[in-house]
Ligand binder design. Structure first.
Ligand code: F2R
Ligand code: MG
Length: 309
């Protein structure tokens, strides 16, 4: 079935995904504070606000601002926006800090991104962590979501696995937002199979997503053990597990975030990825959606994304 998606609807879907992404990021990063225990969250004891968001949210806000302004990713503009808005204290990866400094000081983004990690390019999870709102924006086309995710990734992540991580997350968010519009819920196995179908079969992210499908129905700890929980901070070690969580708990944002927190590893980023995909389906508030009190506890988003000029 084809349908027309009006710009306001695209923006609403992308903003809901951004709400889920930023709350996941901000709440997840609270669990790096010594003394915080995942059990507290399971028991309903929330950290004291404000929950400050990190690089995941800062970069995702630039992606949404870019879409709101031009409806597509202009790589030159996005690279400059990432570089100029980067507040290094937000917890950026070391490769990203260097690439963004090069771009800020005039190095063209293709050169800067290709120079990372001794010329391999970054396969960090940073291109995946920021892209769910872009996928939700493209609820009408997984092909377009994949193509635009690739464009958004390339400006910082030249390694094919870093790009594949972004494509996988964007396709999952596109399918989640589409299911919300259609009023159905994708079968977890079908969702993972559709994501895998958008990836290079020779890649590690692809293989991880296929493995995730074989672990559906197993305990979360077993899935995290087999797939990785982001502790290596790479796309390969982060994206397959996040897709397993999102596919399993697409209808239940709080439960999905709790699973990320309990799995440990790169919790702000696993919760940002999962939160972005799941909120593209559940929306904010209401049954299964991003809880209003969690949204209130999150540090406000920057004015340039909430009230653009
Ligand atoms: N930096 C972090 N998390 C560590 C600190 C967690 C916590 N706050 C604490 O206090 O303990 N988080 C941020 O980094 C991730 C996004 O990273 P991005 O943008 O991809 O950056 P980078 O530096 O390019 O890549 C991240 C790491 O991946 C490994 N890596 C990348 N390319 C590689 C390659 N070609 N070969 C080998 N390793 C590669 C490196 O370890 C990089 O440092 C998010 O989690 C964000 O929140
Ligand atoms: Mg972070």
């Amino acid at each position: 079935m084809t349908f027309t998606l009006f710009p306001d609807t695209r923006l609403t879907l992308a903003r809901d995904a951004l709400a889920g992404l930023s709350v996941g990021d901000a709440l997840g990063s609270q669990f790096f504070v010594p003394g915080r225990r995942p059990d507290d969250l399971a028991a309903g004891r929330l950290p004291a606000p404000p929950w400050e968001w990190t690089d995941d949210t800062e970069m995702a806000c630039s992606v949404v601002a870019e879409l709101a302004a031009g409806a597509r990713i202009d790589r030159d503009r996005l690279a400059l926006a990432f570089a100029q808005r980067c507040e290094p204290y937000r917890g950026y990866g070391p490769g990203a800090v260097r690439v963004l400094r090069l771009i800020r000081t005039g190095t063209p983004w293709p050169v800067a991104a290709a120079s990372a990690f001794d010329g391999q390019g970054s396969c960090g999870n940073g291109a995946a962590m920021r892209v769910a709102p872009l996928g939700a924006w493209h609820a009408d086309s997984t092909r377009r979501a994949a193509e635009q995710a690739r464009a958004s990734a390339e400006v910082t992540h030249a390694h094919p696995e870093g790009v594949a991580g972004a494509v996988a997350v964007a396709v999952a968010a596109s399918l989640a937002a589409r299911a919300r519009l259609d009023g159905g819920r994708p079968e977890p196995a079908r969702l993972l199979s559709a994501v895998a179908g958008a990836l290079d079969p020779a890649g590690e992210v692809h293989q991880g997503v296929r493995r995730a499908a074989t672990l559906l129905g197993r305990p979360a700890a077993e899935a995290a053990d087999a797939l990785g929980n982001g502790s290596r901070v790479t796309a390969q070690d982060t994206v397959p597990f996040t897709l397993w969580v999102a596919a399993t708990l697409l209808h239940d944002y709080p439960a999905a975030i709790r699973v990320c927190v309990e799995a440990g590893g790169d919790v702000d980023t696993t919760a940002a990825i999962v939160g972005g995909i799941v909120a593209a389906y559940t929306g904010v508030g209401g049954r299964g959606g991003v809880p209003q009190d969690w949204l209130t506890a999150r540090e406000p988003l920057p004015g340039w994304v909430t009230t653009p000029a």
